[in-house]
Design a protein around this ligand. Sequence first.
Ligand code: NIG
Ligand code: FE
Length: 390
Amino acid sequence: MPTTSITNIGTLVTNAPELGEGPLGLVENAALVIEDGKIAWAGPTARTPPTDTTHDARGGAVIPGFVDSHSHLVFAGDRTAEFNARMSGRGYSAGGIRTTVAATRAATDAELERNLVRHLSEALRQGTTTFETKSGYGLTTHDEERALRIAAAHTDEVTYLGAHIVSPDYAEDPAAYVELVTGEMLDACAPHARWIDVFCEKGAFDGDQARAVLTAGRARGLHPRVHANQLSYGPGVQLAVELDAASADHCTHLTDADVDALANSDTVATLLPGAEFSTRAQWPDARRLLDAGATVALSTDCNPGSSFTSSVPFCIALAVRDMGMTPDEALWSATAGGAKALRRTDVGHLGVGARADLAILDAPSHVHFAYRPGVPLVREVRRAGKPQGA
Ligand code: NIG
Ligand code: FE
C-alpha cells in the first residue's frame, strides 16, 4: 500500500492522549502518515518516517474531521419569512415544522436529493467528514421511507424521526399517529435507518408517547436518540438515559437530576447552539454538564426552521463565547464527542488505526475557530486519506 505523509503541521489535534499533550493529544510541528485510508503514524515532523508521497501543510493546523451527529437535511423549501418574523420578536414553536412538511411532501425525490447534496458539500467544505441526518418532514409512510432511502445513499448514520410532530393529517387523533409511527411506518423505515429519534416536547410528543416510539424502534433493531428538553423542562433526558440512548440532543432546560443522570450514563449530551442562536433562546449550559462529568457533543442541528447552518466552526465559536466551553473542549466535542454520540470509534480522532478523515486549516491552531469567528479557515478536507472536492 502506498503511504502519504502530511508534514509541517502547526498544531496537530489527534484526540489520542497517548500521542501528545492533554486530552486533545496535541503535537506541535507535527506530521501524520496515512496508509490504506487510515492513520499509520503521528508525531513530530522531524521524525517523519519515509513515505511514497508528501504533502506540506505549511504550518496549518490539522484536526480530525468534524462529526456532525445531528442534522435534518432531507427537506424542501425554506422558512425565511418565519426567521424574519422571529427576529422581529415572534417566538419559535414546533408548529413551523408543518411548513417544511408541506414543501417536502410536494418535492420530487430528485429535488430532495439535490438539496441534501448541496448542504452536504457545504458542510464538507467547512470540515465535516461524518454526518448523521434524519427524516421527519414527511410524516407519511411513503414520505418518511423515501427520505430515509435518499439519506442512506449518502451516509450510514440515518435516523428515523417519524415522531417529529404529530402529522397534520392526524391532528384530531394523535394516538393513531403514534400507532402508525410504531407500526406500518416503522416497518417501512427500519431497513434504511440505524437510529430512531423522537421530539419529546410540549406540542410534539409527551413522555409516554416518546417511550412507545423508542421502544418500538428498539424492538426493530434501531438504537434510540432523543430530541430532549429543548424548549422546556420535561421527561426527555431521563427517558434517553433510561433507554441507554446514544444521545440526548438540545439539553437546554435541565434540572440537577437531569444533569446527574447524564453524567452517570453513556448517553451523550449533544448541544446544538445554532438552534438557540436562530431562535434567540437561552444557551445550553455546557460548563454545568462538563463540570458534572457528562460527555458533551456539539452539532449543527442543520434544518430550515430552528438552525439553518451547516457550519460546525460557527457552533464552536458560539459554544466558546456563550456556553462556557474552552476552545479545546469545543473542538473535542465537535469531533470525538460527535463520534461518541454516534457510538463510533473509527472517526473523531487521529490515533493510529483511525480513518484518515481530517481537515487542514488556514490557521496555526484549532483555537482560531473561536478566535477568528466567521472566517473560512478550512483549507483542505480529506476522507479516508483522499482530498475532497476543490
Ligand atoms: O431540532 N426540535 C425539533 N426539530 C428541529 C426543528 C425543526 C424545525 O423547526 O423545522 C430541531 O430544532
Ligand atoms: Fe433537531
